[in-house]
Ligand binder design. Sequence first.
Ligand code: RFL
Ligand code: PHB
Length: 391
Amino acid sequence: MRTQVGIVGAGPAGLMLAHLLHQQGIEAVILENRSRAYCEGRIRAGLLEQWSTDLLIALGVGARMQREAMFHDGNYVLFNGELHYLDFRELVGQGVTIYGQQEIVKDLIAQRLADGGQILFEVENVSVHDLDTEKPRIRFRHGGIDNDLVCDFIGGCDGFHGICRPSFPAGALATYEREYPFGWVGILSESPPPEDELIYAYHERGFALYTMRSPTRARLYVQCKPDDDVADWPDARIWEELHIRLAGVRKLEEGRIIDKVVTPMRSFVVEPMQSGRLFLAGDSAHIVPPTGAKGMNLAFADVMVLARAIEAFYRADRTDLLDGYSRVCLRRVWKAQRFSWWMTQMLHRFDFSNAFDMRRQLAELDYLATSHAAQITLAENYTGLPLELPE
Ligand code: RFL
Ligand code: PHB
């Protein structure tokens, strides 16, 4: 088998990369080890930055989002029992969009298949080879047959637990990592939203986030212990904590819980994001704690940079944009890391015995609720910094 760009992983990064390349007339094959139903059913991110929303529309894959998504002009911060509204539209002239990651994945898969592009689901034993040559290869097994996909470039879009990052030569990567002493237990509930927009709540018992998927589906997260299991969080316990931590919200209606997960919280970056002709994009190269809602948006930013660099290679025989890939991506990645860490440290209880920390956090929240400058800083980062693409 032969293609121009071999892509490992059919998550947001891999699917978007394939779509961007297709629009430039560049051929790609996506190899995914899960089934199509699994990829389309995995409930994860929900919030798009303004430029990501605009991008999906500009690329012709935003029609269903435009019909079904919820467009928000701001969000709420809740502490000391009081709700404070941050009006992003007024502060920085842009907003955010609530549209489930699995809906974006469905839309991108449908578009790719309509375009005649290839996605091989349920591949096994994927491995990458000859990265330092002009003909890197992806070896895999599909339908019981071993294959070699020879390419010009490989997109390592296989998420945090994928095989691409571990295939870098020994010692080639520097790792920057931080784990947090808590996780989130998240539920999807058949209940209407108590407010129209998101609520980030700080409470002495820990963080809570109220978000949504539709006018009848609430998505709620509660800070939990890092090693908690869903079994530690029966439905009644989740609702009890939500009522306590979200006290001050007008009406919090309970509903049938249709999904429950525990997510660990970590910050993680590898440098560089490239080894020879293998380019990492999205969660395979970096993880942010979800408090800033940046992960999927960063995946889109990476593949925008990568697609532009690959296009310059084919169109103008340029290799400088490929060489600059890591540097350009990492500037944005580290700003998103900083913001995600900042939101996380402001809103979670780290050490329940430390009264100083709590006073300091409340002062920071009070500053945010009352300072125009602080609000602009949050709004600018949350709705998305401008995407800078090299010429
Ligand atoms: P993905 O989505 O993990 O996709 C990787 C794909 O690669 C496949 N794969 C392989 N395929 C072939 N061979 C192998 N050996 C393979 N190994 C893995 C996998 O099956 C999968 O299909 O990575 P990608 O594309 O980089 O996308 C990243 C996003 O999924 C992630 O950053 C976001 O979900 C993070 N995130 C959020 N991001 C936002 O921008 N806004 C949000 O509101 C937001 N909320 C969240 C989040 C993540 C959360 N969790 C569960 C971690 C909320 C939560 C709770
Ligand atoms: C979500 O809607 O799932 C969501 C929104 C904002 C976050 C994290 C998750 O910060």
